[in-house]
Ligand binder design. Structure first.
Ligand SMILES: CC(C)(COP(=O)(O)OP(=O)(O)OC[C@H]1O[C@@H](n2cnc3c(N)ncnc32)[C@H](O)[C@@H]1OP(=O)(O)O)[C@@H](O)C(=O)NCCC(=O)NCCS
Length: 195
């Protein structure tokens, strides 16, 4: 257990160190500049080209981002993110380091993924630094409704819907619909046909 904690801390130190590197800051600045410059749409020649440029620049920061993804305007990107083939990221989505989104999953606009919290110093009554990274994983072919917040340590299964504006504080299994604040499972899918 102790060894596992040390590994997580090392991982965090790595990401913090990588993010503080001048080369990472330059790559991020490039991403932000071109993201601002490029159109938001992803259809037609210009849209497809804009998406290609966004994906190319995002992959300079996070090698785990597949070439066949769709990234809309305003995504916050860091090192240590995995986006598998066919993932669609809506407008203004915030992705933290340690987020993995598996094949074919769609993320609604303004959704935020958090893998860390601020450390609370109760003696001084201040917040200082960050806690260890608790990775967030979303399974295959899921759909996160817009304006949701997915908190540290959460795993969401395959083919799961998260209702709009939900706050997901605990893991959610595969093949179901969960929603609300805190999100709870409201429906378990019977896997036959379409609705
Ligand atoms: C979740 C959703 C897909 C509906 O799924 P559904 O299986 O048809 O669910 P229902 O409409 O039958 O609702 C089931 C229950 O969940 C509740 N519910 C549905 N969506 C909810 C949400 N976002 N937050 C809180 N409760 C919600 C319903 O009120 C209902 O509650 P009840 O059982 O107490 O009456 C839809 O409500 C939703 O949130 N869509 C996301 C839209 C979006 O983000 N679009 C952007 C495109 S990326």
């Amino acid at each position: 257990m102790e060894e596992k904690n040390t590994q997580t801390e090392n991982k965090q130190i790595d990401y913090v160190a990588i993010s503080c590197k001048k080369s990472t800051k330059i790559k991020k600045a490039f991403y932000m500049f071109f993201d601002w410059l490029l159109p938001d749409y992803v259809w037609g020649i210009f849209g497809k080209l804009a998406n290609k440029i966004r994906v190319f620049l995002a992959r300079r920061l996070s090698k785990g981002i597949n070439k066949k993804v769709i990234l809309r305007k305003g995504m916050d990107v860091y090192p240590g993110i995995v986006l598998e083939k066919g993932v669609v990221i809506g407008r203004n989505v915030s992705l933290d380091w340690g987020v993995t989104i598996k094949e074919g999953t769609r993320i609604g606009k303004y959704t935020a993924f958090n893998t860390q919290n601020h450390k609370r110093n109760f003696e001084k009554g201040i917040f200082e630094g960050l806690t260890e990274i608790r990775p967030v994983t979303v399974g295959k072919n899921s759909w996160i409704g817009e304006k949701s917040t997915i908190l540290a340590g959460v795993t969401i299964g395959d083919f799961t819907t998260i209702g709009a504006a939900s706050v997901v504080t605990k893991s959610v299994p595969s093949n179901c619909m969960a929603c609300g604040n805190p999100a709870v499972v409201k429906k378990v899918y019977e896997m036959n046909g379409a609705d």
